[in-house]
Design a protein around this ligand. Sequence first.
Ligand code: IVH
Length: 667
Amino acid sequence: MEIKDKMEALVKELNQHSYNYYVLAMPTIADYEFDKKLEELDKLEKEHPEFADPNSPTLKVGGDITKNFTTVPHRWPMLSLGNTYNEQDLRDFDDRIRKAIGDQFEYVCELKFDGLSISLTYENSKLIRAVTRGDGSKGDDVTTNIKTIRNIPHKLRNETIPPLFEIRGEIFMHRAAFDRLNKEREELGEIPYANPRNFAAGTVKMQDSKEVSKRPLDCFLYSLNTDKNYFKTHWESLQSLKEWGFNVCEHTKLSNSMDEVLSFIQYWEEARFKLSYEIDGIVIKVNSYAQQQELGFTAKSPRWAISYKYKAQEVETILEKVTYQVGRTGAVTPVANLKPVQLAGTTVKRATLHNANEIERLDLHEGDSVFVEKGGEIIPKIINVNLDKRKAGAVKVNYPTLCPECHTGLIRKEGEVAFYCPNDEACPPQIVGKIQHFISRKAMNIDGLGDETIETFYQRGLVAHISDLYTLHEKSDQLKTLERFGERSIENMLKGIEQSKQMPFEKVLFGLGIRYVGETVARKLAVGTKDIDKLTSASLEELVAIDEIGQRIAESIIEYFGTPEHLQQINLLKAYGLQFEVIEKEITLESDKLTGKTFVISGVFENYSREELKEMIENNGGKILSGISAKLNYLVAGDNMGPSKLEKANKLNVPLISVDDLLELLK
Ligand code: IVH
């Protein structure tokens, strides 16, 4: 290939990977590979500046901006860090610093958290804005979402705090939360996130802060920007940030030499797997602010700091066989069963293969010797195959065409990667999984019943459909013959089942396990249609008109209710007395102080949720309107209200009131 073509191809490829990483939060290349390609392009651009693209990724620090948020310029640009991968690179960095500022300096070593960076601005001790890195000079205003993170203070108490400052840190998700939430996504038939970083990034960019608040994010803060110098060193500023109430990581070290830095790096190489969150390296910063200033910046990164990236830990082992798991929604997931091997402190026996494409990509053959990686990710992954060790005549792994459990032909829907078993009424793991989902805590929350019991009941022929739970009381003789199932527990279980008939419609709807209908969607559907008959007869257009229901969800609902077996189940459940309509709460007015008055609530509020304010207004006779018009009496304005709303309200002379004003009206 011509040099020019090669450079063009690299620019195109890297830009696409950047877009996937920063904007879609779905990476398509390992960091290390990306850096190598970027380096290659950088080298070619230096050798052939005449072919360099003015939009080359070598000139950019981050990704793009996401469309749906307000774009805000950074007062201090959000730069990136140079990466190093070995001791020599670090010694070179150390030499460069010594040449520039002499031998009298210290380093601060910090963990490099694997999340997404955030810039928080505080004015007069109040959090006024939170912005993503974006392209480094401007990012997305995600304040409302960030305010849902518990350990980011909205207001600081300390008096000695500078009147205006910016603090930077990393938003991330703990492994345990990632595991739990990702499992839930998989159960709903949604595509799981590849790692906690992507989950955190995807969450911060969500449009609905209420959804964000349900996903536990965390944040470590690691740098301070102010107009004046309040501190002499970075270390001092970190100590103060802690005192001001910010979450600063405790695993931070002040070092006098590169040798000390290297031992910090060495220690965390192993110890990082014991942390509850993921790190992908170590950040090394020159401590003194004066020295940082002397060293300055290159176009994209500071000369006074660098990161050391850990290589993913890798080991070679034998692929014994590939097995296939059928989930509640019928998705068939391949799993690699490996010859047990030690990796990063644990014994690895299995690795995820995600889907059929992954088997193809790896061109897996039975008995292959494979490289397994446990990098950032929790579940080990097969990176590639050692072809030198492939035995002659090895059989290619072929993704099955029939369901491994019920032998029905598998199908793949357009635009999806997973294969499904369509036999949802008779495929054993799907039946058991669906009933287990129905009784689960977030759905019908049936006391006295557990996953194992459902499995046993199914095997004994006691249940084959959700509705069979409600005839169990007629089978107490059979129940009594079951091992470990005494009279007491039978009684408890039957009581739990009976009580579940009182669960609200939205829980029943969620419990049915319709693809893509999670808790929130179920609630929106219940509120939007009020009863099951309207829902089952709703057209696609009617469904997508409901808040948060998109084409994909609507299609799935129509498909579900188009199946006679599903309708039969619903009729049985109805007959047993389950709730299939929304029971409107009777509002008893606390007062009529707001009768005849209309309100719009906008922005975020320190002590009240929007829902609470809405309730307060309605309980006193007021009415909530959906948009600003000349008829509107009051706009209850919180922080970070959209500029267009504000403009409209001003134009139409709608009075803006605070929460305190509202409380005053109620007095
Ligand atoms: S300091 C001038 N400290 O790594 C750059 N960054 O590759 C100042 N990161 O964008 C960044 N942990 O998102 C710093 N302890 C830490 C960090 C950290 C993670 C991220 C951050 C930054 C990226 C640079």
